[in-house]
Ligand binder design. Structure first.
Ligand SMILES: [Ca+2]
Ligand SMILES: [Ca+2]
Length: 496
């Protein structure tokens, strides 16, 4: 039944596009001669899902995105404690597509053999993602922008643009390769590699244009799921020429954890890092300003798409979800990596507006990247596979959220010699974050424990002085989370 609905609406949409080119009158003639198709469209009330996934955006960066604030934050729910469970691009994106912790999808890093697009591809994970679930249920699916690290590169990391389109995607506009060229970039447009010149169009602006065209072409058709994943503000933080003059005096944020003076409480890998030099701080400041410039096209894109949805009559039946695959350190605890457990990297922004979501509310419950896929499935009216570890966020999007929710989650990290061409400085670890504590266990035997109420910027680990009972309780919960799967993860997160 759903398949029939899907194919008929897709036929209707394709005809609509064709006949729009021939002329509006012909289009109206088609609609009049095929009343059952109009009825099929009108009979599918399921919402559109516009999912905007930034790259390396910090929650605090929202301060520099005024359109996003006014159109998303003020019109929906802002999650003040949203997190990724592995703070690195490809593992987080695999989690977003599958709804799983990294220890269950096993895409540990950004490159093969332990991670990257190739690990996702070789282990068959593409056959069941949020895209295949929604597409099978009749959703019109489109990916625009970054897919998975190493897509468009061969297994050795050489540039090798691909025409591969994974299952579940009706339309595909995926970024090829990494970010090596300041002059050109390639997009796989539905199986055809197209080269763009940066001097003609900035990549985020191109993605906005593609997204707008799709929304206009499909308005009134089947509900859509758009995975819109621009590169901004990831290094090297390319920005549009019109934003070049902005933020030239903006100061680098310097929280109390910035360039932490005393790291004697911390494990050896942090102690091995010297304090940031004035040159390094100057470079970080320059990077920060480029990031803010890169964000402006992203912010303009949000306004452009909200406007497009409004003009096409789709806004009131569209969920818009805005988030990032991970944060990044800008000098906190002397760090510039992403994969550590301190709060600035696993912490992400998360904004959701849409039908029934109260405007301008905040939610302090823990929301995870694991939760996105099951949330989208819930909106589409489908039950996701049993392998999903996350849970739908929908109960938190009502005016009366439930009293009980998860009280802890797992953050995990595995390093690989192939990851950066050298071994990451951060030893393998697992961490549990509760509302009050961040407890980390390294493979080296080292431990960290922060009381987030007393020490929110994680300046002084109390692992050596904390009560054995507290440590034992956190360790027991961490042990349950380390190997959890499916329903077991939700049980372990709830503390029972
Ligand atoms: Ca990232
Ligand atoms: Ca310290």
């Amino acid at each position: 039944m759903r398949a029939n609905l899907s194919s008929s609406t897709r036929v209707a949409r394709n005809r609509l596009v064709l006949f729009t080119m021939l002329g509006l009158i012909s289009c109206l003639g088609l609609t009049a001669s095929r009343p059952e198709e109009s009825l099929a469209q009108a009979a599918d009330p399921r919402p559109n899902i516009l999912f905007i996934l930034a790259d390396d955006l910090r929650a605090s960066d929202l301060d520099y995105m005024p359109n996003t604030q006014s159109l998303l934050t003020n019109q929906g729910a802002k999650f003040t404690k949203a997190w990724v469970t592995r703070s690195l691009c490809c593992p987080s994106r695999a989690t977003i597509l599958r709804g799983q912790y990294t220890h269950n999808h096993q895409v540990w890093v950004n490159v093969p053999p332990a991670g990257g697009f190739w690990k996702f591809y070789d282990t068959g994970l593409e056959s069941s993602t949020v895209a295949t679930w929604l597409n099978a249920a009749g959703y019109d699916t489109i990916l625009i922008g970054k897919y998975l690290n190493r897509y468009g590169l061969d297994r050795d990391g050489n540039y090798a643009p691909t025409t591969h389109v994974p299952p579940g995607w009706d339309r595909w506009y995926a970024w090829e390769g990494a970010y090596p060229s300041a002059t050109t970039y390639d997009i796989n447009e539905n199986g055809r590699v197209v080269t763009y010149q940066r001097s003609e169009i900035h990549d985020t602006d191109l993605h906005a244009q593609t997204a707008e065209s799709f929304i206009r072409q499909t308005a009134g058709g089947a509900p859509f799921f758009m995975y819109l994943s621009p590169n901004a503000p990831h290094h090297p933080s390319y920005f549009a020429p019109r934003h070049a003059g902005l933020f030239s005096d903006t100061a680098l944020p310097k929280p109390s954890s910035f360039n932490e003076a005393d790291v004697s409480d911390k494990p050896q890998w942090v102690q091995n890092k010297p304090r940031l030099s004035s040159t390094e701080i100057s470079n970080l400041t320059d990077f920060y300003r480029k990031r803010l410039r890169a964000l402006q096209s992203l912010d303009e894109m949000v306004a452009r798409l909200v406007n497009t949805l409004s003009e096409t009559g789709e806004l009131s039946n569209t969920y818009i979800v805005f988030t990032s695959d991970n944060g990044i350190y800008l000098g906190e605890h002397r760090l510039t990596e992403k994969a550590a457990a301190y709060n600035a990297a696993p912490r992400i922004p998360l904004l959701i507006r849409g039908p029934g979501v109260p405007a301008g509310v905040t939610r302090s419950q823990m929301a995870l990247n694991n939760d996105l896929a099951p949330t989208f499935a819930r909106w589409a009216g489908i039950t996701p596979p049993a392998f999903v570890d996350g849970r739908p966020l929908t109960p938190l999007l009502t005016s009366s959220p439930p009293a009980t929710w998860r009280t802890a989650f797992l953050v995990e990290h595995r390093r690989s010699a192939e990851e950066y061409g050298y071994v990451s400085a951060i030893p393998n670890y697992e961490a549990i974050r509760t509302s009050q504590y961040n407890y980390v266990e390294y493979e080296t035997g080292e431990r960290e424990l922060y009381d987030l109420n007393a020490d929110p910027t994680e300046l002084t680990s109390i692992h050596a002085s904390a009560s054995p009972t507290l440590i034992a309780n956190l360790k027991a919960r961490l042990d349950a989370l380390k190997t959890c799967a499916g329903t077991g993860c939700r049980t372990a997160e709830n503390g029972g």
